[in-house]
Design a protein around this ligand. Structure first.
Ligand SMILES: NC(=O)c1ccc[n+]([C@@H]2O[C@H](COP(=O)([O-])OP(=O)(O)OC[C@H]3O[C@@H](n4cnc5c(N)ncnc54)[C@H](O)[C@@H]3O)[C@@H](O)[C@H]2O)c1
Length: 334
């Protein structure tokens, strides 16, 4: 039985990924500060093949200990959006960059065979061309995307005959997770449609690439088994189609109901992001099976089943991080 260490495994993506890996017969170790509690892992908490270590990836001793007997690492832990990263740029550098570098080195030293790094498609910044491919120069515009872009070359360089290392650049993730994130485009538009019957779109012409949470977590599972030579030292975009925010709003309305109104307000922020996901499909055969409408429907169903408490503070990354910082629950390394 293979053991996989998931850093940040109690987050939005991890809370779907961890149960999937357990079902597929892996042993899973989660290392997570539990900034957003372990609400996402309630359904699997008592699984004997899951170990949850509450700890910080900046803690080198804890990282070293947690890596014992681990075959593969999926590195998700991060201060994981622009506004949260801007709250304390130094913290972001410590977690997203410095701790990532240590994690890569410690993984190699511990005899880990495979390292999958969650980067982001925002490393490209804004590009005018329609299909942003992996070979284009990076232009990270924020502390968050800069720390992600700076980490990638270390992942690539760490790759060797004994250590298969790969970078994945996911688009914005969408869909239901028991540790929900309500700062992500499709999720937030769906919440507004459900709770207010109204979606406000700022600008609307901007493109936003998305990927369903079931697809990105399926990709991570498959990346554990894909032959090394296909991924070794490589970098892949992972997205679905690139729709504009107005198109996404129309899809949300279609699923939630004709009573939903869409109000468009002019915006100065007309930044469009679009990525090509042709490489990951061509080279690895990975392509999305879930659409934006699926994500909206999943959120609607979860809400109807009472699984989504819109007022849960753990579903709002920036607000929660701000509170943790104010309460001195997250500190800089000395
Ligand atoms: N969700 C998206 O739209 C998206 C898109 C592209 C890339 N990504 C990347 O995917 C990864 C997972 O994203 P997510 O949406 O699940 O984010 P999330 O914020 O929901 O989860 C991140 C988890 O990491 C933990 N964490 C933060 N700092 C830590 C530290 N120092 N030590 C240990 N644990 C720590 C948090 O407690 C949290 O549980 C991140 O690296 C993110 O940058 C996400």
């Amino acid at each position: 039985m293979k053991t996989v260490l998931i850093t940040g495994g109690a987050g939005y993506v991890g809370s779907i990924l961890v149960p999937k890996l357990l079902t597929q017969g892996y042993k899973v170790v989660v290392v997570d500060t539990l900034f957003f509690t372990d609400i996402g892992l309630q359904s699997v908490k008592s699984n004997p093949n899951l170990k949850i270590v509450q700890g910080d990836i900046r803690d080198k001793e804890l990282v070293k200990k947690s890596l014992q007997g681990v075959d593969a690492v999926i590195h998700l832990a991060s201060i994981s959006n622009d506004p949260s990263s801007d709250l304390n740029p130094q913290l972001t550098v410590e977690v997203n960059y410095e701790a990532s570098l240590n994690l890569i080195n410690a993984s190699k030293a511990a005899g880990v065979k495979r390292f999958i790094n969650a980067s982001t498609s925002s490393v490209y910044g804004i590009k005018d061309i329609p299909n942003v491919t992996e070979d284009l120069p990076l232009d990270p515009l924020t502390v968050y995307s800069k720390t992600k872009a700076d980490t990638e070359p270390f992942v690539t360089k760490s790759n060797d005959g004994n250590f298969t290392a790969v970078n994945i650049r996911p688009a914005t993730v969408m869909g239901y997770s028991p540790k929900m994130r309500l700062d992500l485009t499709v999720n937030i538009l769906t919440m507004h449609a459900l709770t207010k019957g109204k979606i406000t779109v700022f600008g609307g012409g901007q493109k936003r690439p998305n990927i369903h949470i079931e697809d990105i977590t399926d990709y991570y599972c498959k990346l554990l088994e894909i032959p090394s030579e296909k991924i070794a030292g490589k970098t892949f975009n992972a997205g679905y189609e690139n729709f504009t925010v107005s198109q996404i709003a129309e899809m949300v309305k279609e699923i939630i109901g004709s009573h939903v109104t869409i109000e468009t307000t002019p915006s100065n922020d007309n930044r469009s992001y679009h990525i090509s996901s042709a490489k990951i499909e061509k080279e690895l055969g990975l392509k999305p099976n879930h659409t934006i409408k699926d994500a909206v429907l999943d959120i609607k169903k979860a809400s109807e089943k009472g699984l989504l408490d819109w007022s849960n503070p753990n579903f709002y990354n920036v607000k929660k991080m701000k509170t943790l910082m104010e309460d001195q629950k997250v500190l800089l390394n000395a």
